[in-house]
Design a protein around this ligand. Structure first.
Ligand code: SF4
Length: 240
């Protein structure tokens, strides 16, 4: 086993979590015959529909649990609405009913429409938008109303398969408790990860998913540190 004092903590934590939890297979895709989670298979998304499914999922998951987002995505699938043109054209009140389970459905139906119109008007489809280099793609996504850094980076990493580390509430909580960050600054924390590991979308993909898994299993609001793979290096646990 590697010594946490001698190696880069970003890499050490990644290896620890991966050996404890195994490959996570994010982002789940069900449309076009996708099997949901797909551990160690980074070939998804394979089609435009799957790219749309991930991008819509990233928008719908803002302030909502994934369980509720999945219901909305399946409802969209049933109505053949994993389609930018169909979303751009559908009556907003009908769309609100379809995605109701995701919460904040009025706001989110506007966001799906704004995103779809933006892509259609400027690029035609997601494949063409994703041909931009990572930084220009990020700028383009951030110019869409309602798309913030976490959503843009989720789309870049999981739908466009480009290396951009996604920082979320779990990342902040875990790294704060470990004693590796002092404040919740999105850009600074993203830099910590991106400078600490090779620029490659596969480990970025896996790492974010592993942190979410740790957040769900152990590092909850009230942490359950028993059995946490990071226990021996965690400042919070030492103080407790
Ligand atoms: S030891 Fe406890 S506080 Fe530290 S990362 Fe694990 S669950 Fe979170």
């Amino acid at each position: 086993m590697q010594d946490s004092n001698r190696i880069n903590p970003v890499i050490y934590i990644y290896e620890k979590l991966r050996s404890s939890f195994g490959p996570q297979g994010w982002w789940p895709v069900y449309s076009d015959g996708g099997q949901g989670y797909h551990p160690d298979d980074f070939s998804y998304p394979r089609t435009e529909t799957q790219r749309i499914e991930i991008a819509f999922g990233a928008i719908l998951t803002q302030q909502s649990s994934w369980k509720n987002v999945e219901k909305a995505l399946f409802a969209l699938m049933e109505e053949s609405l994993l389609d930018l043109k169909a979303i751009a054209e559908i009556d907003i009140e009908i769309l609100q009913k379809i995605i109701r389970s995701s919460g904040y459905f009025r706001q989110k139906s506007m966001r799906l429409k704004d995103f779809s119109c933006f892509v259609l008007e400027n690029y035609g489809n997601l494949e063409s938008l994703f041909s931009l280099d990572t930084e220009n793609l990020r700028k383009a996504l951030l110019s869409v109303k309602g798309i913030g850094k976490e959503t843009a980076d989720s789309i870049i990493l999981y739908a466009a398969k480009k290396p951009k580390f996604v920082v979320d509430a779990y990342t902040f909580r875990i790294f704060e408790r470990l004693g590796l960050i002092e404040k919740r600054d999105y850009d600074a924390v993203q830099e910590l990860f991106e400078n600490g590991m090779p620029e490659d979308h596969e480990p970025y993909n896996e790492y974010h998913a592993l942190l979410v898994e740790l957040g769900k299993r152990h590092c909850r609001k009230r942490p359950d540190c028993r059995g946490c793979p990071l226990k021996e290096m965690c400042l919070y646990n030492k103080k407790a």
